[in-house]
Design a protein around this ligand. Structure first.
Ligand SMILES: Cc1cc2nc3c(=O)[nH]c(=O)nc-3n(C[C@H](O)[C@H](O)[C@H](O)COP(=O)(O)OP(=O)(O)OC[C@H]3O[C@@H](n4cnc5c(N)ncnc54)[C@H](O)[C@@H]3O)c2cc1C
Length: 467
């Protein structure tokens, strides 16, 4: 496992824990199991345990907790569903893991305005179940059933982003408890506004380092009249990527287009009981009117055929579509479990779409020479893809090899004017790349903001950059 950069822990006084218990009762937990659950990430980082876990149920409770922690100098690390994979929610300086998963109220749905407001602990799947009868849906889909607060905090996206954007576009407004223990709302529900600094965008992607998001107002979309999904295998990786790039360049409004290379398809066939040919494959979803979808399918079908693609295999029923996308969403676990007992490491670069074919094919050459199994899977319509490595936890040389491969993949993406993280955030894992990507001056402005808003460095300390 990878040892995260642990910061010096401030000892938390027993009297502080006692005061928490007085205020929050049995929603303060200090047991080993619950602390371990909140101090363990989905990925390759060693666990780091908080001193206590506190479950909040309202904005007022978050205010109370924040004020107690700030008065005592105790770090606060917001925690949603714990599905982030760059060590984002690990409490590297100890303190309180503030679990928002019990904040599950859907505060308001304004169907006529295509928006809703939810508490931060609502999960995206539950929101969509709630919305079903309104004819609307919330499209952002990171695969994992994450909380909307966590998704806002990591500026998440996923399979639908090529058509519907990321959390940057989806969030209209946030309610935030600041490090001073004040409640602010960053915007109203208007679709556009030029009112002052855009604090919504500042908090989206701030990874819990600038305060705690307690409510999120989100844009919604009409459920499309027609949804069709298909898979298509390709003779070459290059042919698959070229099909995607040409479709985007022609303006085809693809709703989802995901690439899975031959090794990933093999892993999915085993894990999700599929029987797809073990070649590089694109998973498509088309949304629109029946005529619009037919036109998209026609164009993409022609491009696929010209690039060495086979016939489309259609998943026309809801059940078939669910099976297909469930397999895609479980691709991470399928890849990690290529070797029983392995741990995962997912890279996350994103490049301008015209550079994608080059970036992905050069990465495949790296993987062919590697001794650790790695699959390519990604949201190629955005220029975003992951390599998922399956690492033997008892072989430090494998971790070192993957670290070097990750560095190579990131360096390649940066050289193409891309980014070290398309969607997972910086957390612990991407810190060394931030200044290289944006420049030291830009990171220094981020530090100035952090010091101004959180002068004691108590909110998710040690994340995104060193202060
Ligand atoms: C199998 C798998 C597939 C994934 N696929 C994708 C994908 O396609 N796209 C993608 O974007 N991500 C993906 N992820 C990563 C993950 O789902 C996202 O990062 C998600 O947004 C994390 O949400 P969470 O509720 O689990 O947050 P957590 O992991 O609990 O927290 C993430 C970060 O946000 C902060 N935070 C959480 N809640 C709040 C809050 N209310 N206020 C302030 N800060 C907060 C935490 O401190 C931490 O820094 C995947 C993960 C897995 C395991």
């Amino acid at each position: 496992m990878h040892q995260p950069a642990i910061l010096e822990r401030v000892p938390v006084a027993p009297a502080f824990i006692a005061a928490l218990r007085e205020r929050f009762g049995d929603r303060v937990q200090t047991g080993e199991a619950i602390c371990r659950q909140h101090g363990t990430s989905e990925a390759h980082f060693d666990p780091v345990l908080p001193d206590a876990v506190v479950f909040a149920r309202s904005t007022e409770e978050v205010v109370a907790l924040v004020r107690m922690c700030v008065a005592a100098g105790v770090p606060v690390v917001p925690f949603g569903a714990g599905t982030s994979i760059e060590g984002n929610a690990l409490p590297v300086r100890g303190g309180v893991s503030l679990d928002l998963s019990q904040m599950t109220e859907i505060v308001a749905v304004h169907a006529e305005d295509f928006d809703c407001t939810v508490q931060a602990g609502v999960r995206r799947e539950e929101l969509n179940v709630h919305l079903r009868d309104t004819g609307l849906f919330f499209p952002i889909d990171p695969g994992a059933n994450a909380t909307l607060g966590g998704m806002a905090a990591t500026r998440a996206s996923g399979t639908n982003a090529v058509r519907y954007g990321t959390m940057r576009e989806a969030v209209l407004s946030l309610t935030v408890v600041t490090p001073q223990g004040e409640v602010i709302r960053t915007a109203r529900r208007a679709r556009k506004s030029a009112a002052g600094y855009d604090l919504t965008r500042l908090y989206v992607g701030s990874e819990g380092t600038l305060g705690v998001i307690t409510e999120v107002t989100l844009r919604l979309h009409p459920i499309p009249e027609t949804i069709s999904a298909a898979v298509c295998g390709f003779e070459t990786l290059q042919g698959a990527v070229d099909t995607v790039v040409q479709s985007i360049q022609l303006g085809v409004p693809l709703a989802r287009v995901e690439i899975l290379d031959d090794v990933q398809i093999r892993a999915c066939n085993t894990w999700s009981k599929l029987d797809l040919p073990e070649v590089t494959t694109l998973f498509f979803e088309f949304h629109g009117s029946p005529a619009g979808v037919a036109e998209q399918v026609e164009t993409v079908g022609q491009l696929a055929a010209a690039n060495g693609g086979g016939n489309f295999q259609w998943a026309s029923t809801q059940e078939d579509r669910s099976k297909l996308w469930k397999a895609r969403h479980e691709a991470y676990y399928a890849a990690v479990n290529l070797r029983p007992g392995a741990i995962g490491w997912a890279t996350d670069v994103c490049v301008p779409i015209s550079r994608l074919p080059e970036c992905i094919t050069e990465t495949k050459v790296d993987l062919a020479a590697a001794s650790v199994p790695g699959t390519i899977v990604g949201h190629v319509g955005d220029g975003n893809f992951h390599v998922i490595f399956s690492i033997d936890p008892n072989a430090p040389e494998e971790l070192a090899e993957v670290e070097a491969l990750n560095a190579r993949i990131v360096a390649r993406a940066l050289a193409m004017d891309g980014t070290c993280t398309g969607e997972h955030g910086v957390g612990l894992g991407k810190q060394e790349w931030l200044a290289e990507e944006l420049g030291e001056g830009t990171v220094e402005v981020m530090r100035l903001l952090k010091r101004a808003l959180d002068p004691q460095d108590l909110f998710n300390p040690g994340k995104i950059f060193a202060l």
